[in-house]
Design a protein around this ligand. Structure first.
Ligand code: NZQ
Ligand code: ZN
Length: 388
């Protein structure tokens, strides 16, 4: 295990009715709030109405930024920054899934920065300050509600890039699993895969001696495998939604990756796909992950992939390579059972753009740490995932 420093600054209010904490939390920072939300799910669920009532009763003034899209755009960030400056906003409040939260984070960082917020992604500027941020989560997936990461798309350059800073970690997040009852099946499935992928990216590591992180990771994977299908079959099953929601936060708040080198190659490749095709992040991951697993499987990586097969899927056998292969097959079957597509071709990706994606993904160097992937490795994974 490597040395590490860790802090979990987000105050989590978890459970039914926890919206009761909202006014007190907001008023800690001020009365002028930028309310950031997506394409309308919070209006259909009644949450928007509830928020307006809370604001009215507590003397809080919301300034609204609606319409944040999935794979959030830098143009929404720019709009939000403008509003924050114009109205002297004191807190940015994101209500929705990872896209809304990520957009809100960069608005928070961009408000006090004199240049353009895209500079944080091109590494032209570092994040040195940010407005305080709070979240109300409605979709279990990214873990953005408890971490300092943000991923934003630039529609003009067809880039989707990430950045991060401890300054972007939400001060508080309200996690009421009931808010996720209305998440549609394809997003429930994609969110479950995204959580699993975050675990994989940290579990498949070259660092030895991380028994505790590894057993925690396996518990999270088993939770997704158990509760993902239940949430799909019964969208209002509180136990399933609650377990998925808390796992989503724990999977990417720093806990699993502390003390080890992490991988993130599959995510880097997926971001190139969703940059161009605007596909759902978790769907892209569901297609790529088994092909990444097959590609990296060799004598050296087999023991860890076999651990995964044995501890998560209960596969028996003494031959690591054979056991690992069964684990990968189980993973593929599980993703298919969630009704997710199995090839890039099926979701409209064009074969002639795979080389461009591989080149962009490796533009800043090789990907991954479990097994390093250069341009040709990434291209092969993309080609295999394309065919399905
Ligand atoms: O826009 P609305 O109308 O709210 O609808 C959303 C959207 O269409 C809908 N939805 C959310 N909650 C709902 C609901 N529909 C009904 N009922 C509800 N309760 O779901 C759709 C998807 O929402 P989105 O926020 O895009 O999904 P997700 O949470 O999966 O976020 C994906 C984004 O996060 C990035 C991804 O790349 C992608 O851009 N990621 C962020 C990370 C981070 N900050 O740590 C890490 C991840 O690996 C990921 O890269
Ligand atoms: Zn992800």
């Amino acid at each position: 295990m490597l040395n590490f420093d860790i802090q979990f600054p987000t105050r989590i209010h978890f459970g039914r009715g926890k919206i009761e904490e909202l006014a007190r939390e907001v008023l800690t920072y001020g009365k002028k709030v930028l309310l950031v939300y997506g394409g309308g799910s919070i209006k259909r669920s009644g949450l928007y109405e509830q928020l307006l009532n809370i604001f009215k009763e507590s003397g809080i003034t919301p300034i609204e930024l609606p319409g944040v899209q999935s794979n959030p755009r830098i143009s929404s960030v720019r709009q939000g920054v403008k509003l924050c400056r114009e109205y002297e906003v004191e807190l940015v409040l994101a209500v929705g899934g990872g896209s809304t939260i990520d957009c809100a984070k960069i608005i928070a960082a961009g408000t006090g920065y004199e240049g353009d917020a895209w500079d944080f992604f091109t590494r032209r500027a570092r994040i040195t300050q940010a407005l305080p941020l709070g979240c109300i989560l409605t979709l279990a997936a990214t873990g953005s509600e408890m971490n300092g990461n943000a991923v934003i798309s630039n529609e003009e350059t067809e880039e989707k890039l990430g950045t991060g800073s401890p300054l972007l970690i939400p001060r508080f997040s309200i996690l009421d699993p009931e808010y996720s009852f209305s998440v549609p099946p394809e997003q429930t499935a994609a969110g479950t895969v995204d959580i699993m992928s975050h675990v994989f990216e940290q579990y498949f590591s070259p660092t030895p001696g991380t028994f505790i992180q590894d057993r925690l990771a396996e518990a999270m994977l088993k939770t997704c495998i158990h509760y993902g299908p239940i949430a799909l079959a019964k969208p209002d099953n509180y136990e399933a939604r609650a377990n998925l929601m808390w796992t989503g936060s724990l999977a990417l708040n720093g806990l699993l990756g502390a003390g080890k080198r992490t991988d993130w190659a599959t995510h880097d490749i997926e971001h190139e796909i969703s940059a161009i095709y605007d596909v759902t992040h978790g769907l892209g991951l569901a297609i790529l992950t088994p092909y990444w697993m097959y590609y990296v499987l060799d004598e050296k990586t087999a023991p860890r992939l076999a651990d995964y097969a044995r501890y998560v899927w209960g596969i028996e056998g003494s031959e690591d390579l054979a056991v690992a292969r069964v684990g990968i097959e189980k993973t593929t079957e599980f993703f298919r059972s969630l009704h997710l597509a199995g090839s890039l071709k099926e979701i409209g990706v064009e074969a002639e753009r795979l080389e461009e994606m591989a080149a962009k993904a490796t533009a800043w160097g090789a990907l991954g740490s479990f097994k390093k992937l250069e341009y040709l490795d990434v291209l092969t994974i993309l080609q295999n995932a394309y065919k399905g």
